[in-house]
Design a protein around this ligand. Sequence first.
Ligand SMILES: [Zn+2]
Length: 226
Amino acid sequence: MIKYFCAHDGNSTRIACEYPNECPICTSKISPNLLMESLNKDIQLASLFFVCPSCGKGFVSHYMYDSTNELKYGSYMHKHLVYLNSFPSIPNQIEFDNCINNLSPNFCEIYNQAHASEIYNLNQLSGIGYRKALEFLIKDYCVYKHPDKVDKIKSTLLGQVISNYIDSTNIKNLAKISSWIGNDETHYVRKFEEKDINDLKRFIKATVAFITYELTSDEACALVNE
Ligand SMILES: [Zn+2]
C-alpha cells in the first residue's frame, strides 16, 4: 500500500513510497511505524527508519531517491521512492525433525550458524560450518547406535567413525561423500573441484533424511515390541 509523508531535507518534500509489509527481524506481517527519514540526493538514497509494531524493534529500509521520479497522488506531485532493501536482515531458521533435534542439538545449532553465514555472504566460512555440523550429526548418530563406544567415537577422526560405526550403506555413503566435500571446504587444496557447497548441503540433507527415517523406524519398532 502506498504511504505519503513530508520529508524535511531543507525544503519540505512530499514523498510517496510503499512501506515494507514484513519485519526483517521477526518476519511478522506488519504495517511499520515510520520514525524518521533521511534523503540523500548525492547518492540517490532515501533511508527510512521504522519500528515494528509486533516485536518493537527498529529497522532501516533503503529506497532509490530519484528527484526526477515524480508521480501525482491526490492533488499533489510526490517524489516516488523505489524500495531497495531492509536491514538488519535476520536469517530464517532451518527447522529439523524433532528426532534430529533430540539426537544432535549441536548439529542443528551449527548448521543454522553455517546457514546464517551464507546469508551474510561469509562464503569462505559456510562450508567449514557445514563440515563441522556434519561431524556432530554423524558422531551423535554413531553414539546412539553404539552407546558402549561413546569415548572411542568422540575421539576418533570422522572418516574412521564413518567406516567403523555406520552399518547402513546409504548413510555410510552419504556421510562419506559429505565429509570429503566438507574437507575440501577446510583445506588449502581442493580434491573435488567439480563439487561445491550446494552439493555438500544436498548430501547432508539426504544424510539427515535417512537418519530421520531410521530413528522414526526405531521408534515404531519400540512401540510394536511394547
Ligand atoms: Zn518485528
